[in-house]
Design a protein. Sequence first.
Length: 255
Amino acid sequence: MYKLRTILLALTITLGLTACDKGLSVPVPKSGEVSIAYLKSLCTHRTAEIHSDITISGVVVANDWLGEYYKSIVVVDDSGGIQVAIDGYNIYRQLPIFSRITIFCNGMTLGRIGGKVELGARPTADFIVDNIPSDMLHRYIRIDDTAAEPECVRRGTIGEMSVTDITTVVQFDDVRIVDSGRGTWCEMIDGEFVDTIREVVDTEGVTLPIRIRGRCDYAGEAIPVGRICIKGVVDYAGGEYFLRIINYGVTPSDM
């Protein structure tokens, strides 16, 4: 665990320096499509309001289809990914998995917590961004097409994680759940499954927390035993990096 914390501390420092450098050296375009990585680089402080007619285009790789995310989606392009806050339920019906979308960013706000940058509406309280009202989605988001599942970043070990993995889809091909064979994905309290932290460990003994929502469709399923391949989005909260499984991307490892 110490080794992982050292790795993640280095990631946080490096990301902060990279974001500041980009924010100071690259002018903000007045209009046109930019990459997700470029958009995120504009948030050099806690929040950054967008007043340019810029857009990003990407593929939805995570939403509330299986209950894994709540009032948000994750969109990725070739440069990385970003989480978008939306005030609504059953978002997957409007923005399905693997739909290609364009986001019109003018009037939206970027918010940063540690190494994570999120996109949403202008904050009105203590949050870094507010959720985009569901009846305003047509103003900010357009579905262009359906797309094939994007290529994910494959990592042989947890130690191979890099700055560019934050809010992108990462796959570990040979890990196991620390709690293998010990109950279900989520713990139950007062008759309800609750958000639960598990851990995966790689072949070098390095661990990484994974966070599972108590309301996801597989909360009551047994934790898989043995070596597995796991796919998820690298996330950040409470001063810690962790993995969020998407589209129940857990299969037996063939390594």
